[in-house]
Every structure is written in structure tokens, then in C-alpha cells.
Design a protein around this ligand. Structure first.
Ligand code: COA
Length: 251
């Protein structure tokens, strides 16, 4: 009996210590819980709050006349510092669920552009490049609008806004930031639907949204007046279950 009981006790003790170690590991790694440490990062980008010192950067994002008229339906005007301030006020305003500056993470400077700011840094000087890469480099802004009023929050829908600085476009950053924004909206903000409306003349954004698999819901005909004629508003959206099928599984 003793011979048989002893090993059993030992094995129970052994089992208990294994379980305790397992629980410790479980608490350490928490594989089934969200990893909040990387919530403000995506594949190649990081996302930070908008601050007043971002005004010059946001003014720069608005300074390209083509990009500006692709994301603003205001009558075109020469853009300047005030447009940086009004963009910041929009991103941080009461109607926003989310407003972030999109940044390249430290060490992720783009090939051939140094820090990507195009500000004439000495590209051949490694120490200059290293200095630049220590701080995240702002490249654009992303927002989710329209669910903050408690009277309409039960609809759980929101509208995406995004702009990537001219010199950083066509590097996949827009796609990366939009996917991140969807993830945040569906997983953390409890949204059911995210919509985005593109001006008919913004063929680049329309191509991008189609390529990403957003559903083209339809058009509001001749909704905007621009450059001598009326143009459609092209409406896209993604629902939570579509996001889960298309993007979450791929993460
Ligand atoms: C739309 C936008 C956010 C896309 O960002 P991005 O970082 O360039 O996007 P990605 O690099 O992930 O994808 C680029 C793809 O989007 C499409 N695209 C987006 N903008 C385009 C443009 N101006 N010209 C041509 N194609 C464009 C193309 O399919 C392109 O793929 P390609 O480079 O292989 O041709 C960016 O162009 C932008 O900020 N534009 C100005 C503001 C704007 O239009 N905002 C959206 C309002 S609805």
C-alpha cells in the first residue's frame, strides 16, 4: 500500500506543481486575452494621439492640392497653417470616436527617402539617419467619426477618414492603417459597421477600397460639385462579420 500510495502522492504533488507552473505561464502569456501591449501598432506603423504641435505636419498633409481635393469637399482654397489647425480640431473633436497620427515606427525609414520627410537630410551620414529613426515619423492621420452622440450610439456605425502624406503613398501604409482601424473599431470599440465615402474623382481611393474587399453599396448621384460638374459620392462599407472573415483570420 505504502509503496503504491507514495508514488501516487508524489505524482499528485508533481501534478499540482505542474499545474501551478502552468497557471503562472498562463498568466504570463495569456494567449486567449488581447495583447494590449501592441494595440497601438500594426504591421509597420504605430498610432499616437494628435497634439497641438502636429499642426505644421497636418498642414503639410493638406498642402498637396490633389490630395486635399480628394479628401475635402470644401470649395478649394490655398491651404496654409490654419488648415493644419482645423484638421487637428477635426481629429480631436467631440464627434470623433478615434483620431490618430499614423507614424513609421523607429528604425523603419523608407528606402531611398531617409526618414521620408524629404527635408534634405544627409542620406550618406549614418549617424544623421540613426538620429532621425529614433523618433516615430508622422506620415498621415486616420479617424473614425460619428458614434459619439449617446442618442445614436446604439447603431454602432462609424465613418473612416484617412490621409497619407504624398511622399509616403503607394508603400502599403494606407492599407495597413485602414486594417488597423477596422481592427480597433470592431474589436475594441464594439462597432458593427464602418463606412467610407469616396468622391467619384478619387479613383485611387476607390481602387484601394475595392482591392481591400470593402462592399460598394451604391452611389449618391451627382452629390458633389467639383471642377465644373457634378460627381457621385461612392459609398463603401464593411460589416463586423465581413471583417472577421476577410481580415481577422489573416492576422
Ligand atoms: C487613399 C490613400 C489613403 C491610400 O494610401 P496609400 O498609402 O497610398 O495606400 P497603399 O499604398 O496601401 O495602396 C496604394 C493603392 O491604392 C490605390 N491608390 C490610392 N491612392 C491612389 C492614387 N492617388 N493614385 C493611384 N492609386 C492610388 C492604388 O490601387 C494603389 O496601388 P498601387 O500603388 O499598386 O497602384 C492615400 O492615397 C491618400 O491619402 N490620398 C489622399 C487623401 C485621400 O484620398 N483620402 C481618402 C479619402 S476617401
Amino acid at each position: 500500500m505504502t509503496d503504491r500510495k507514495c508514488p501516487t502522492d508524489m505524482s499528485q504533488g508533481h501534478l499540482a506543481s505542474i499545474i501551478a507552473a502552468d497557471i503562472r505561464l498562463h498568466h504570463l502569456y495569456r494567449p486567449h486575452l488581447p495583447n494590449m501591449a501592441n494595440i497601438w501598432a500594426s504591421q509597420r506603423l504605430i498610432y499616437r494621439p494628435v497634439v497641438p504641435t502636429d499642426d505644421p505636419f497636418l498642414a503639410k498633409v493638406n498642402s498637396d492640392p490633389t490630395d486635399y481635393t480628394q479628401s475635402s469637399n470644401m470649395v478649394p482654397h490655398p491651404t496654409g497653417p490654419r488648415d493644419g489647425t482645423s484638421y487637428r480640431e477635426f481629429l480631436t473633436g467631440k464627434g470623433q470616436l478615434l483620431g490618430c497620427i499614423i507614424c513609421l515606427g523607429p528604425g523603419s525609414a523608407e528606402k531611398g527617402t531617409g526618414d521620408g520627410s524629404g527635408d534634405g537630410q544627409d542620406e550618406s551620414n549614418p549617424s544623421s539617419r540613426e538620429r532621425e529613426q529614433k523618433e516615430p515619423i508622422p506620415i498621415g492621420a486616420v479617424s473614425l467619426s460619428g458614434v459619439v452622440n449617446p442618442a445614436v450610439m446604439h447603431h454602432r456605425h462609424s465613418v473612416l477618414g484617412i490621409a497619407i502624406g504624398k511622399e509616403h503613398q503607394s508603400n502599403g501604409y494606407g492599407t495597413d492603417a485602414i486594417k488597423w482601424c477596422f481592427r480597433w473599431g470592431f474589436r475594441f470599440a464594439g462597432l458593427h459597421r464602418i463606412g467610407v465615402t469616396a468622391f467619384e474623382w478619387n479613383t485611387g481611393a476607390i481602387k484601394l477600397y475595392r482591392r481591400m474587399g470593402l462592399i460598394e453599396e451604391g452611389r449618391q448621384r451627382e452629390y458633389f460639385f467639383f471642377d465644373g460638374r457634378f460627381w457621385d459620392a461612392v459609398c463603401f462599407s464593411i460589416l463586423e462579420h465581413e471583417w472577421r472573415d476577410k481580415f481577422e483570420k489573416a492576422e
